[in-house]
Ligand binder design. Structure first.
Ligand code: ACK
Length: 301
């Protein structure tokens, strides 16, 4: 004599500051699926939003992670260079966490798509692509991400997985840091495995994170340096020949670092190298990075 399954699997406390009536939300296409959740495009009050939810076959832990992510976003507050929380549907049905929609997808794919391609005309001359990204665009991307990270760091938020794949591109080339509210189980050995795209997330990790699983804002700065390298290479793979965490750690221990990308000014490369100081305290803070890039942008005008 089994009980019928309840319609609502879970109950959440109502937070009237954020609750959006479920019937005002029109769900659309799935944008993608992450480790524990799904992101769906939706419309609410004539604007496009992104909705985070758990997948079928989720566990209680998956629900708890989504709730935690939402609560972290509430506490952190708004900034132009992060994906902001817009609201939620938490009553009488599955939990929907409603966030800003970024129409141009993740920064890595965006950079790959906008890679400068050599276009030869009939005479065999090189012609510039119609709307190509200039160095100034690239530095502005880096500046905006540093601003978002400066804000997160000021709110005591450590990202732990800052990479171009976790930055989303909004209209007018506005950069928005995503997934900063995710609780990352850093004890999880899966973190050292290749992700679904075959990338090793270890390549963004600071030595102290690789070695001792230690994370703070200064280890985020290391990852920011790798992200800066991704920007200046239009989304290339860092350390293409390195295959394991052990190999990466000894490479870094011996003082080796990635070379200056071909189309990268010395100023920006110097900033990358500062972010890759073995000692976290010797790396610049996000505020210092913002200041540095602000000056570079002004001098580039
Ligand atoms: O990397 P993507 O193209 O961008 O694929 C993932 C997928 O959903 C699963 O996370 C995309 N995505 C996540 N959040 C948003 C958002 N707020 N706006 C647009 N796309 C998003 C993400």
């Amino acid at each position: 004599n089994s009980e019928p399954a309840p319609f609502n699997e879970y109950e959440f406390p109502l937070d009237s500051n954020w609750e959006i009536p479920r019937n005002t939300l029109i769900l659309g296409a799935t944008l993608g699926e992450g480790a524990f959740g799904r992101v769906v495009m939706a419309e609410v009050n004539n604007s496009i939003v992104a909705v985070k939810m758990v997948k079928e076959g989720h566990t209680d832990d998956d629900i708890a992670s989504l709730v935690r992510e939402m609560e972290v976003m509430k506490i952190i507050g708004k900034h132009i260079n992060i994906i902001n929380l817009l609201g939620c549907c938490s009553q009488n049905g599955p939990l929907y966490v409603i966030v800003e929609f970024a129409p141009h997808g993740n920064l890595k794919d965006f950079l790959n798509k906008n890679r400068p391609i050599k276009d030869y005309d009939k005479e065999g001359n090189l012609s510039p692509p119609e709307h190509h990204l200039t160095e100034k665009h690239l530095i502005s991307f880096a500046f905006q991400i540093a601003r978002g990270m400066e804000y997160l760091a000021s709110r005591r938020c450590i990202h732990r997985d800052l990479a171009a794949r976790n930055v989303l591109v909004s209209d007018d080339y506005v950069m928005k840091i995503a997934d900063f509210g995710l609780a990352r189980d850093i004890q999880d050995t899966d973190y050292y495995r290749k992700n679904t795209n075959g990338r090793l997330p270890i390549k963004w990790m600071a030595p102290e994170s690789l070695q001792e699983k230690f994370y703070d804002s200064q280890s985020d700065v290391w990852s920011y340096g790798i992200l800066l390298w991704e920007i200046m290479t239009f989304g290339a793979q860092p350390y293409p020949t390195i295959m394991s965490a052990e190999e990466l750690y000894s490479y870094l221990m011996s003082g080796q670092r990635m070379e200056k990308p071909a189309k990268c000014s010395l100023n920006i490369y110097m900033l990358m190298r500062q972010c890759w100081h073995f000692d976290g305290n010797a790396r610049p803070t996000f505020s210092e990075i913002v200041e540095n890039l602000d000056k570079l942008l002004l001098s580039n005008e």
